[in-house]
Design a protein around this ligand. Structure first.
Ligand code: NAD
Length: 499
């Protein structure tokens, strides 16, 4: 790794400042030279078999686990999140994704024979080839799993990577670079598999314009649109993993204890700073009071604080806290009731907000329309499941949703009706933790898919190969046009298509 303005793990616990992200920012010249090095490394890496690449990346996974405490500490320093959240939701999740691709990626990228249809004298196959160099731009809320997850997926597919981590969490980005350094043997030509470019949005924009072969972007809808506009100039393909406003639908027959505990976890884990957090709950009238009682009880018991022994950590930085406060104040002004929480607090030096349950909410409130990205759980009473479905879909977002019912017929209708990239049944958030399931949004929540076979193929060029099997001197379709061709085509049309 060539650009190391900060030492991994050296964060001093300051609240991050997005306007002054780090002492050093990658320059246009550094981006250009990094791309040249990445192209050279890709020629070596892309020529390896999948098995060889998987063996190498297994060493990276082992190196990550060998220094798990160092990585957890770096994540905690950069974000303020609880150590257990860093361990489980970041290190363990990304290790599981890597293990899945080590085992199943080879089959997903293997050359596939397909039928040649009418052309019985041809053989046809589909190949998946590396794109070249992938630019990964990542956010601050899960700075390891969302950066390293995209990085390794691109690598498994035979690409090399330029990573632009969030300026709020640069040390985790640099720790990812250092992780690859520990495995790289300079003799093997693989020293530049992953290069880290530190800086704010301007560095991200340089990366998009640099000539990389694809951009994998995870972040807000507004920035995602800017990235897509910018990438259009060079027709650079983009994978966009954007924000959400995920609904939870609780029906009459739901297991209320389980649903209430899930809502509390889904809304407050990582202090609500999760793209697929539960941000809106629609509960049918018959069970509304009972559900609310259970959620409020469970929320009252939460221990908010910094470090081990707590359930909810601080928020990461002040600008996000301000957005959450604005949503909360707007809701209260418009008549919402705070059932529990609601106060601004400082935890571990970071401005935060208490885990808050909001009742008496309506569709005009910001907290029901825009992504809040903080520890707020608004609950709305609806007449029935049909109204819940209509409200759940009345959103610009479509990332993930959860449906709580024991009725299989109702369940199938809901799964088919929900306009989201993934749906969790009697559970929430958990689809992300299943590496074989493609993850991504519809509507404003994104374009393309991470994880699963689909995620790996996002970073591959599909090449179609048609091969002649017989070697005739002349083919029926070639020139001169055979006299019988017209009549023969009509016979085929009648036989195969009922003309
Ligand atoms: P953000 O859009 O502000 O920044 C994301 C990244 O883009 C950062 O690295 C930033 O420096 C970079 N960037 C900023 N301007 C850029 C530009 N013009 N060109 C290129 N890059 C640019 O998002 P954030 O605040 O870091 O993250 C929070 C958002 O990310 C939330 O909306 C959340 O829902 C979303 N998110 C989505 C997913 C998902 O998988 N769908 C996961 C996590 C977070």
């Amino acid at each position: 790794m060539s650009i190391t303005p900060l030492r991994p793990g050296s964060a001093d616990g300051r609240v991050p400042d997005r306007d002054h992200p780090s002492s050093t920012t990658a320059t246009a010249d550094e981006v250009k030279r990094a791309l040249e090095r990445a192209r050279r490394a890709q020629r070596v890496w892309g020529a390896l078999s999948f098995r060889e690449r998987a063996r190498y990346l297994r060493r990276v996974r082992k190196a990550l686990v060998a220094d798990v405490d160092g990585m957890v500490a770096t994540i905690v320093d950069d974000t303020g999140k609880l150590p257990t959240e860093a361990l489980v939701n970041e290190v363990l999740l990304v290790c599981e994704l890597m293990r899945y691709y080590e085992r199943h990626g080879g089959a997903a990228l293997a050359t596939r024979r397909v039928r040649a249809g009418l052309l019985v004298n041809k053989a046809a196959e589909v190949r998946y080839e590396p794109l070249g160099v992938v630019g990964v731009i990542s956010p601050w809320n899960y700075p390891l799993v969302l950066a390293l997850g995209a990085v390794v997926t691109a690598l498994f597919a035979g690409n090399t990577v330029l990573l632009k981590p969030s300026e709020i969490t640069p040390h985790v980005g640099l720790a990812i670079g250092a992780l690859f350094d520990t495995v790289a043997d300079q003799e093997d030509g693989l020293g530049d598999l992953v290069q880290v470019l530190v800086g704010a949005g301007s560095v991200g924009e340089m990366l998009v314009r640099s000539g990389v072969d694809k951009v994998s972007f995870t972040g807000s809808v507004a920035t995602g649109k800017a990235v897509m506009r910018c990438a259009a100039d060079t027709l650079t393909p983009v994978l966009l993993e954007l924000g959400g406003k995920d609904p939870m639908v609780v029906c009459d027959d739901a297991n209320l204890d389980r649903a209430a505990h899930a809502a509390v976890w889904g809304a407050f884990t990582n202090s609500g700073q999760t793209c697929m957090a539960v941000e809106r709950v629609y509960v049918t009238a018959a069970v509304y009071d009972a559900f609310v009682g259970k959620v409020v009880d469970a929320t009252r018991k939460l221990r908010q604080g910094s470090g081990r022994g707590h359930d909810v950590g601080p928020m990461t930085w002040d600008r996000q806290t301000e957005i959450v406060r604005r949503h909360l104040d707007d809701a209260i002004e418009r008549g919402a009731t705070v059932a529990v929480g609601g106060k601004s607090v400082t935890i571990g030096g970071r401005p935060s907000i208490e885990p808050t349950v909001l009742l008496d909410v309506d569709d005009s409130m910001l907290v029901m329309r825009e992504e809040t990205f903080g520890p707020i759980l608004p609950i709305m009473e609806v007449a029935d499941a049909a109204e819940a479905l209509t409200k759940a879909n009345a959103s610009a977002y479509g990332l993930n949703s959860s449906i709580w019912t024991r009725d299989p017929v109702q369940l199938e209708q809901m799964i088919a009706g929900l306009e989201d990239g993934s749906v969790c049944v009697n559970d929430c958030l958990i689809s992300y933790a299943i590496p074989a399931l493609p993850f991504g949004g519809v509507k404003s929540s994104g374009v393309g898919r991470a994880h699963g076979i689909e995620g790996l193929r996002e970073f591959s060029k599909t090449k179609s190969v048609a091969r002649d099997r017989i070697g005739l001197r002349n083919e029926p379709l070639w020139l001169p046009v055979p006299r019988w061709l017209d009549r023969g085509a009509r016979i085929l049309l009648r036989l195969r298509h009922g003309l």
